[in-house]
Design a protein around this ligand. Structure first.
Ligand code: NAD
Ligand code: ZN
Length: 355
């Protein structure tokens, strides 16, 4: 059976395209009494972008915390806050920020129309009803969250996304002007997410012509951004993120993401930097890509943290191993159907001990 991939139906690309948001939303405002909800990364609170958001009188603007990656509890709190704001459903949820903010917007859109807690929907195709119309506007590039059919959430027992055909945005706006102002380390860590998506897709057993085409182009764009001094770097990174996301949507990620999820679950390490910490140890699995990654690290003088698992006790280590090995499709993609005989607990532990 081949995957019947649902993709984002509406996309605007170009510098300054954020200015079209008002017109786009106008078509979705039902009447004078209705409202939109904007979830905006708190980093923008005092930045000029805030004043450019087309806010109408009834609209609700929530500055979201990105200190921690999205938790199911936070999604439930935001959903509750939106319910308390009005007894009407909003006309739309607009997420403006990075992967954290975009994932929060997707999750809240779904939880407003599906009963219970976000915890109940961590998994595949558990969502029953379409969410509220939702729009994603990245202000940092690399995760591919703008295109994916998942919203990655950390719950009480697992880090697992709400994967469904209702999850992808109805509209995205890709405006490279918005990704200015990101700190250099963060620009690198989040951008490497897409580089690693491509490497894992291309080296995986799930690769196919469709996913490969996206990954190869995304990889070239990443090289322009991180190995050359390209004047169009911001636009290229934005497209690389989207293409990398499309590639893994029709293939899968691999060893790095599986291990990175374990780090993130136990230690709260953020996705981008976590991937970099892990990838730096994966010479045995992605040798050419790891070498090229290190070249990029050197060129930009980026600090990749070391020794972060030094203080982890035996129980913590076993938990990380459990989380990582729980991600069966990632391992199967990376190592084939016999992955369980190849990737033993001892091997996973040994890799973690080096990080
Ligand atoms: P992020 O959204 O946490 O943002 C990283 C940092 O950059 C934050 O401090 C943020 O405030 C700051 N930032 C954002 N825009 C800025 C701007 N224009 N100027 C200055 N600072 C800015 O990080 P991320 O790497 O984009 O996203 C990571 C999250 O995405 C994780 O939760 C991860 O699980 C998730 N993710 C989701 C998918 C998916 O398909 N849904 C894929 C990969 C990762
Ligand atoms: Zn990723």
């Amino acid at each position: 059976m081949y995957k019947n991939l649902r993709v984002v139906p509406h996309l605007v690309f170009g510098r300054g395209s954020f200015n079209q948001l008002g017109d786009i939303l106008a078509g979705h405002r039902t009447d004078a009494g209705s409202h939109m909800v904007f979830l905006v990364d708190e980093v923008h609170e005092h930045r000029p972008l805030m004043k450019r958001i087309p806010i109408h009188a009834n609209d609700l603007v929530i500055l979201v915390s990105v200190e921690h990656e999205p938790k199911t509890k936070y999604v439930d709190e935001l959903t509750q806050r939106i319910r308390e704001y009005s007894n009407r459903q909003p006309d739309g949820i607009i997420g403006i920020g990075g992967g954290t903010t975009m994932d929060l917007a997707k999750a809240v859109s779904l939880m407003l129309t599906n009963p219970g807690s976000a915890v109940d929907y961590q998994g595949w195709d558990l969502i029953k009803y379409p969410g509220i119309y939702h729009v994603g506007i990245p202000t940092i590039s690399g995760t591919g969250a703008e295109i994916s059919r998942t919203t990655v959430l950390t719950g009480p027992t697992k880090k697992l996304g709400i994967n469904s055909d209702y999850t992808p945005f109805d509209q995205i706006i890709l405006d490279a002007d918005l990704i200015q102002g990101v700190s250099k380390d963060q620009w690198f860590y989040t951008g490497m997410d897409t580089y690693i998506h491509n490497a894992e897709a291309l080296c995986g057993t799930y690769i196919n012509t469709f996913a490969k085409a996206y990954a190869l182009e995304s990889l070239e764009l990443c090289r322009d951004v991180y190995l050359k001094d390209d004047p169009d770097a911001d636009e290229k990174l934005m497209v690389a993120s989207y293409f990398g996301g499309m590639s893994i949507a029709y293939s899968q990620v691999g060893v790095c993401h599986a291990l990175s999820y374990g780090l993130s679950f136990l230690l709260g390490v953020h996705h981008g930097v976590g991937n970099c910490i892990v990838f730096d140890q994966l010479d045995d699995y992605y040798p050419e890509y790891v070498a090229e990654f290190r070249e990029m690290v050197r060129k930009h003088g980026i600090h990749i943290p070391k020794g972060i698992t030094r203080e982890v006790d035996a129980a913590g280590m076993e938990k990380m191993v459990d989380v990582a090995l729980g991600l069966a499709p990632l391992w199967e993609n990376a190592l084939g159907k016999d992955w369980k005989t190849i990737m033993t607990r001892d091997k996973v532990r040994a890799l973690y001990e080096r990080m």
